[in-house]
Ligand binder design. Structure first.
Ligand code: C2E
Ligand code: CA
Ligand code: CA
Ligand code: CA
Length: 278
């Protein structure tokens, strides 16, 4: 047994080392990536299907690495959270997105909102408030045009501490609950929290097409959210059938590949001019 153990040890050790080395390398690369200017933002249009116009864009980060190519946020946000660089990364994202919006506004491209994702870790940092305020001042972006997207998990782990919500709300910026329907937060959070927008997760939109109960439930959620003064964005809308059902149950804003994938910044002005009716 001892011999076998030694054999196993000898066999697995190099492999583990390679994995650990790879991980360490990725972490080092990620730490250096901000200074090396390797991040970029793409912007996905959010379409107001009632008025037929661009309502906003969501800033989505990508990591352009010389060896790895374009890396998806799904592959590095968790790492960034783990190694403690998420705050500096998202501060860069906030600032870049707000500068971009102010540039579009200077070019007299019609008013639309900028949505930025904020990690739960970052949202629980008290200094987020000052950071956001400074960036808004520096870029001259009206607070009501900035929307922070936070996931349901933030709502679940509040423990009654809603200070950040209240402070941000006082500043005039908007808060959206991202991926709504994937966790366990209830409609009660709509009543108890100062939020402005519900983003219905893509999986909910897929379910909606598969059974009538789901679309009835979704219609009820949309109605309740809107009655409480919130806007609702349906995410991951990929086809006309989904669009028609959503329109039928009162959804007003839609984001997804049907209208547009995330775009390079220079592609956005065209979207802002477009008429999306019919
Ligand atoms: P998310 O916030 O739910 O963003 C929407 C994701 O769905 C984006 O993926 C987008 O490209 C994709 N998507 C949009 N429309 C469709 C569609 O019609 N069909 C399908 N199948 N997918 C669609 P992306 O850009 O890869 O981002 C993945 C996730 O990474 C985001 O999900 C978000 O949770 C996270 N993320 C992106 N940027 C940031 C950031 O700046 N900070 C943090 N904390 N997370 C970010
Ligand atoms: Ca989001
Ligand atoms: Ca989402
Ligand atoms: Ca999602």
């Amino acid at each position: 047994a001892k011999a076998q153990g030694r054999h196993r040890y000898a066999f697995y050790q190099p492999e583990l080392t390679i994995q650990a080395e790879k991980r360490l390398w990725l972490e080092q690369e990620l730490r250096a990536a901000i200074d090396r200017d390797q991040f970029e933002l793409h912007y996905q249009p959010q379409i107001d299907i009632v008025r037929g116009r661009l309502a906003g864009v969501e800033a989505l980060v990508r990591w352009r690495h010389p060896d790895l190519g374009l890396v998806s946020p799904n592959d590095f946000i968790k790492v960034a959270e783990r190694i403690g660089v998420i705050k500096s990364l998202e501060n860069w994202i906030l600032e870049t997105a707000c500068y971009q919006l102010s540039q579009w506004r200077q070019e007299k491209i019609s008013d639309f909102k900028m949505a930025v994702n904020i990690s739960p870790i970052h949202f629980h940092e008290p200094e987020l408030y000052n950071t956001v305020q400074q960036i808004l001042q520096k870029t001259n972006v009206p607070p009501e045009l900035l929307e922070l997207e936070i996931t349901e998990s933030v709502v679940q782990n509040l423990d009654g501490n809603i200070t950040m919500f209240e402070q941000l709300r006082e500043m005039g910026i908007k808060i959206a609950i991202d991926d709504f329907g994937t966790g366990y937060s209830s409609l009660a959070s709509l009543k108890n929290l100062p939020i402005d927008c519900l983003k219905i997760d893509r999986l909910f939109i897929i379910d909606m097409m598969e059974d009538a109960d789901s679309s009835i439930l979704l219609g009820t959620i949309i109605g309740a959210a809107q009655a409480l003064g919130n806007s609702v964005i349906a995410e991951g809308v990929e086809n006309r059938e989904q669009l028609l059902v959503l329109r039928g149950i009162g959804c007003e804003i839609v984001q997804g590949f049907y209208f547009s994938k995330p775009l390079f910044p220079e592609e956005i002005p065209n979207m802002a001019k477009k008429d999306f009716r019919n």
